[in-house]
Design a protein around this ligand. Structure first.
Ligand code: CA
Ligand code: CA
Ligand code: CA
Length: 181
């Protein structure tokens, strides 16, 4: 892997966690998303599904905040990059924790409990996450639904999440999951 590709991957992984896109990772990114996704599906903050998601985000944040060397409760891109370079934020640990989050997200979004996300559930997930352009969800859904049966199962979702961390090429699985480009 060239340095250039590695840099691109760090950008993409950072962007995956900087959910409000303000260039910094903080607890606000995760708490706001958990609440937003829950609200979109009519779930109370105290519901088991939303609580499960909040706990998964908390585990992830506890790990990421190890990069917060100036202890201001914000992880900047520079701190993130520094920690990655020093081996304090490993890709495998980040991926493992992010997969738990994604698994809980699936539980929140699969409102009819059939084990699949259909187009409506998937669109709701993106709306809840604050991605208001419906086209972004449509493009991501089409890219993930490889057998074109109009629904996404848990394995398909998790494989795409994994792709965000490992993709070195825009054509690879997951590379376009969040950009919609
Ligand atoms: Ca942020
Ligand atoms: Ca900091
Ligand atoms: Ca479903």
């Amino acid at each position: 892997m060239s340095d250039h590709l590695q840099d691109d991957n760090i950008e993409r992984v950072f962007a995956a966690f900087d959910l409000d896109g303000n260039g910094e990772i903080s607890w606000d990114d995760f708490e706001a998303k958990a609440r937003g996704v829950g609200r979109e599906f009519g779930l109370e903050v105290g519901s088991p599904e939303v609580q499960g998601l909040v706990e998964a985000y908390q585990e992830l944040w506890d790990y990421i905040r190890g990069a917060d060397v100036d202890v201001d409760d914000v992880v900047t891109k520079a701190e993130f990059q520094e920690a990655r370079g020093a081996g304090r934020l490993s890709t495998s640990e980040l991926l493992e924790k992010w997969l738990v989050v994604s698994d809980r997200v699936f539980d929140v979004a699969d409102r009819d409990g059939d084990g699949y996300l259909d187009g409506n559930e998937f669109a709701g997930l993106y709306r809840g996450a604050g991605i208001t352009d419906p086209q972004v969800a449509e493009i991501a859904f089409a890219a993930m639904d490889v057998d074109t049966d109009g629904r996404i199962d848990r394995a398909e979702l998790l494989a795409n999440v994994q792709g965000v961390f490992t993709a070195t090429d825009e054509s690879m699985k997951g590379a376009r999951m969040l950009s919609g480009g």
